[in-house]
Design a protein around this ligand. Sequence first.
Ligand SMILES: [Fe+2]
Length: 490
Amino acid sequence: MYGKSRSCSNRYIINSIKRLTKFDLAREAYRRSRSFNMSLQKDKLQYMSGFGNEFTSEDPRCPGALPQGQNNPQKCKYGLYAEQLSGSAFTAPRESNVRSWLYRIRPSVKHNPFKPIDNGLFTNDWDKVKPNPNQMRWKPFDITKASQKKVDFVQGMATICGAGDTKGRHGLGIYIYTCNTSMDNKCFYSSDGDLLIVPQQGGILITTEFGKMQVDPNEICVIQQGIRFSVAVSGETRGYMMEVFDGHFTLPNLGPIGANGLANPRDFLTPTACYEDKDCNYTVISKFQGHLFSAKQDHSPFDVVAWHGNYAPYKYNLDNFCTMNTVSFDHVDPSVFTVLTCQSLKPGTAIADFVIFPPRWSVAQNTFRPPYYHRNCMSEFMGLILGKYEAKEEGFSPGGATLHSMMTPHGPDAECFENASSSDLKPQRVADGTMAFMFESSLSMAVTEWGNKTKVDEKYYECWQPLKKHFTIDENDTNGPSIAKKKKAT
Ligand SMILES: [Fe+2]
């Protein structure tokens, strides 16, 4: 049995090799070595724990690179340049004042002029299409195969919806990224806002000026305004991204919950300094006022040997979320699942909340347990990282999305309503093996031309059409008002 199986297997391998051209073999060897290198790098990566800390980090190859007692000495050790990256106004109040000092081989100003490039499917122009108040659902977005066309992270960005204005620094954009190849001697940064990245298929190895982060599906990361980064992938890759123009993400206040719970600060991880001293033909892509620009320079921008400050990228594993929920009755508002928020100037009102629906126990009594039927003065964009969303078992797939715009009604589909209205309310695990999320905004978002015509599920509205009329006036119904009963009493 063993010999037969081995010979079949050998024959299969020989036939497979015959089918492969030299080019295929070389490409496969490159892919495997790249994937191997990515996993090696992933194992070596180190992070610092905490949210909004004053971090210090020095590449161990250059001990003492970080100046002591001052930020900007006359001469930096190792011949480094000192450069400040400001994430807030110089005079912002201390609790919201963020900046970092970078000690680098060359200052980031050493580049050729930026020139406009084709934006592709990326836009922050919300006025090109007519508004659409319908519930919208998208099937999983297609990922181009590398054999058809090589697409990197920047080339694969597409805007699905958004609102506001990059020049006025007020608003947000929601993007889908799909790619199949790593960015090669190329980096990206946004001058317009902070990016929250949610990988859905395939991990991404992100090299930033502050160090490297491996971000896998079920993890998220934030790369703030101005920070240059490059994305390496090891296959077909897809995810969601939100950009906020107003300010930075913070942890939500916990109120009566107390000092702990939801996303705990210690679970946020910031990369450590890791420089590359590389002279090469390098491309910097800038997103500026909603448009893409490209500039050439003669070196890698990831040449930061040491840095300190409280303005730095971070990642977070969604499994670490300490979920709060009702232990008595009624479905709690989804704000209780907020991981990060970017607040507007209106108290308690977000430009964007990042909310998740994690695995948890459901124990509420005398309650319709799934999300209630709802109309909202906020816009709700949802994505699914893995599994099935609890309020809609069918049709909402990983890599797809939904948008319920301002005052557009939504809620459980008919099947979910019928099941949840009659199910036995014993303690039950919910959402195991699933991670759905929501970008919720107080702004009224427009769907782009691409969003209106790509992978749209035109039949979405049908999931609510089987909802039945259950209204009855029953003399024996002890739960509801009974006209007949009242008449009898009088
Ligand atoms: Fe809702």
